[in-house]
Design a protein around this ligand. Sequence first.
Ligand code: NAD
Length: 975
Amino acid sequence: MSEREVRIQSIGRTLLESARREEARLAREHRWEHALLDWCMQNPELRTRIFRFIDVFPQLDSPSSVYHHIKEYFPQDEDRIPAFIRRGLALARPAVLTRPALYHLTAMMFRRVAGMFVAAPGEEEALAVVEDFSRRNVRCSVDILGERTLSEAQAAGYFERYRTLIRALGRLKQGRDKQNISVKLSSLTSAFDPADPETVGRRVRERLRELVRLAKQQEVFLHIDMEEYAVRDLTLKIVRDLLEEKEFAGGLDIGVVLQAYLKDVGQCLDDIFSWALDLKNPLTIRLVRGAYWDYELMNAQEKSWPVPVFLQKSGTDEMFERLTRRILEETPRVRLAVATHNVRSIAHALALAEERQTGKDSLEFQLLYGMGAPLVAALLEAGHSPRVYMPVGEPIRGMAYLVRRLLENVSSQSFVRRGIHEQSVPQDILKAPAVGKEPPALQRPNEFVECPPVRLFDANERKHFRSALDNVRDQLGRDLTGVIAGHAVEKKQKGEHVSPIDGKTVIARTSYADAADAEKALTAAAQSFPDWAARPVGERAEFLRRTALWMQANRYDLAALEVMEVGKPWREADADVKEAVDFLNFYAVSAEALMRPQAAISFPHERNEIRARPRGVAAVIAPWNFPIAILTGMSAAALVTGNPVVIKPAGPSVFCGWKVYEAYREAGIPAGVVHFLPGRGELLGPLLVEDPRTALIAFTGSRSAGLDILRRAGESTAKARMVKKVIAELGGKNAAIVDDTADFDQAVPAVLSSAFGYAGQKCSALSRLIVVDRIYESFLKRLIEAAADFPAGNPVEPLTLCGPVINAAARDRIQAAVEEGRTQGVVLFEGRIPEEAGGFYVPPVIVADLPADSRLLREEIFGPVLAVIRARDFKDALQKANDSDCALTAGVFSRTPSHIELARREFEAGNLYINRPITGAVVGRHPFGGYKMSGTCTKAGGESYLREFFIERTISENAARHGFAPFDEGEIGKM
Ligand code: NAD
């Protein structure tokens, strides 16, 4: 063992012993809380329910709702519930009057659990705690709880609270050491979005600068907290830019955080050193393991991004020591704050500091309020002056923090639990971290691999998007023609369409196909049918995979074109391309599985099988709002199952449609199999639908066009040789219910993005919001406050979420509907939209108190207009939601299990989303499609979708001859 290692062990053992003594004392003092946490550890399923109950509890405002929720969250667990809750439940059951007692008991439990980790409910009370600590030679860093800032009003509120706190802390002098406050930059703006670091940085710095000035004046130290990985570089950039401001050239007392669980944290430290080593006042680097591990893993897996965190704890431990070493090597040009409860890491830092004879001021230890108490005592005993990270705030705002702490506390991986509470042997917990091999990230169980969305927090990916937007302009204004069997069809009649962003940039001049072209396309498609249908499904699937690769290679250009042509914001344009790639890969995998001959129930003397066969020529008629994804999805499903396609793109997105055609041709799909026919829907639609050679129509669009297609397809069948199959995905009038246990922080942004994202021009968009009476006023207040800051404007700007509507006609139609709503009801909110001159913009609108037959409640408006309805209770809300002839998407925001269950059973919607936005279906995970008047409920992006595109022939062969069945003895048993 090296000399250093011997020293680490010795320091570690001393610290561990005194921490354990303190822990034993605290356990006696807080016997009840410890018993509760131990009980939580016993059963993971029960633990989840306890956390969920704790999460909803602050919102339960009456004894009877507490009673009902306890019953709902713990239905069959009565024997496993601790005795004090059981007794409470028993008492509350017969007599309503005792429910208040249960309420008070639960509230008391909650307060005690919260009190373990949150120092005080408000700043005033927090000061008393700071003073208390200070008398014991313990320093603090005060943190105001709260994680999501939904509006600028809320951000302004935080800003004021920070200012008040800094002033108050300034009055509490603490010897020569400064008081300390931790600030989350996300609390200073409602749009802490890394997609545009320059703009966001400027906005945040405006407020941060004020705080820094005040802190300087009051001699308070400002520590900038770190949040999730996606905002790490943005956070550090803001601090760096601030420090480079002339005003602060004289030096600033400020700190940043480094998270050792991130695999690329080494580069991040290099970057910090590149600007921080020569600062007048050394930068403090708080080194933590990282608090968002579960979130980072979940988020990366969900988006198919590389997982940014170490999966093995030892990876983080080893990195922690490496970073400690590197920072101490640069001390005192920077200061290190070791923020961990891991005694080994603390001992390691102390041993290293001893070796380097780093002055005491250059190294400090930070511990969390509550959890770190035994170590605070141990460090004090060893002659150090630790700092406690001290969160203050009300339970609702602090819930995310509280749940993180609780999870950490009951996790078997937690050092406090393993090392101090459960007392594992010292050599085990003090041993040097071994660098384990990282396990591969979790793989999904099937062959389909999702295309990851772009990561706009990554500077490189942002750069690609930006330059694609610059480059795409050179391509605009070109002539587009139809292509039949590989030959361009040039016509005299040309349609010109412009970008909705400014109303003048010409996107393309398109030669409209006419009846003769439709005839030619159908003839060519019909001719190619036998050959295409006869190819092995694997070969056709390969074409799809190649198309996907082409699209992926051109993803930035395709997304940029969508921004320009249909006004989609960055993320949504990228999501559309991602979805197209997913459709191609998913249908390739699914077709290979589904189109293989399948065995039906058989006997040895009777062999039965089902064979798939393509239907014939498919007319694919697409809308403009998901210009690449929907067109690709419908045509790819037809192609892979063996049907040649005639593509009729929507007029406003014809260039995107052409790109889909180009992708197929680049992938090598034969010219006779896919044809591109731009033109007027009212002319080409009926021609394609009624032609006897058309076997299949895949349509997505408006109700009127869809019903027209269904009727024509039915009637024209008389002339045809087969019954036509129609897939018709139509519009929605989608509702979401918000009940009195909804998490507002979750519901408000989800409602806004569902209603106003892409200016409400999605079939899945939210247009009817139903809020239960109890929270109607309070929810709407939060919603309207946040709506005011929903980023609307030019979609070329990466922060924009609500851009223009598709054209002047749509703008006029939506505005007329809003005007009608104004006369019928009350406009609660009308946004402002900083528009590009000449573009087609409609500001977001929220309207309430409409009569039941109002157009805004009955018809699809397809714009950023949200109608609000008040409901008595959840049942009433559900009834109101179902009072519609559409059934496409729907949402529920609730934490009451029985309400969620009722919605699962009875909410009439093809896609029901619970506690999340109601748009954004992902291929394979959320097969998409509605019923009632919303369409044929053929689930795009699901396996069953492909079945619509082929027919199944059953073949039964009698294998018996003259009573002799050709089986051997072994087969009899298998019969
Ligand atoms: P639209 O019906 O106007 O046009 C869709 C396509 O049909 C276009 O290619 C158009 O040229 C063509 N068309 C028009 N009239 C036709 C006719 N008589 N016969 C055959 N084809 C005809 O719809 P849109 O404005 O492009 O798209 C918006 C609508 O699409 C909204 O109602 C929206 O809800 C719906 N939509 C539904 C889904 C879904 O999956 N359910 C998805 C996206 C869009």
